[in-house]
Write a new protein. Structure first.
Length: 134
């Protein structure tokens, strides 16, 4: 499935990268890496791309793919339910309080992803016409 196709490489590359940085740090070849082999350091490296920063997009994509069935169900109800949920997402994004302890903020990405899902579901022909300049 698409979810497994994203999660397995994400976890594998993050784990390998974390291990490489840990070895380089032990050999004093870099200052980046696990300071101590703590549970939070290892979990942050494997699940939150602490040592492979360009993988932030993969984590966001995994969350979006996991939420797709819910979005599809909501969108397929009717336009009132669909756009009401969009309003809730936008308001939720508008009033999210940022905290430095929360390292990942999906709220903006979810709004854009959901808008794309709406456009694809209800307005596919019009979007294709605009994109293909027909």
């Amino acid at each position: 499935t698409r979810f497994k196709g994203l999660v397995i490489p994400y976890l594998l590359w993050n784990t390998l990268n974390m291990m490489c940085f840990a070895m380089l740090k032990q050999l004093h070849l870099t200052s980046v890496g696990l300071d101590t082999f703590s549970i939070t350091g290892i979990l942050g490296g494997v699940f939150l791309h602490d040592y492979l920063a360009p993988y932030w997009y993969m984590l966001y994509l995994i969350v979006m793919v996991a939420m797709y069935p819910l979005f599809r169900w909501i969108i397929s109800r009717n336009k009132i339910v669909c756009f009401s949920f969009l309003a809730i997402l936008i308001l939720g994004h508008r009033f999210v309080v940022y905290s430095p302890s929360i390292r990942i903020d999906y709220s903006g990405s979810i709004v854009y992803y959901y808008i794309g899902a709406i456009l694809g579901y209800y307005y596919k022909d019009k979007v294709e016409k605009i994109v293909l300049l027909d």
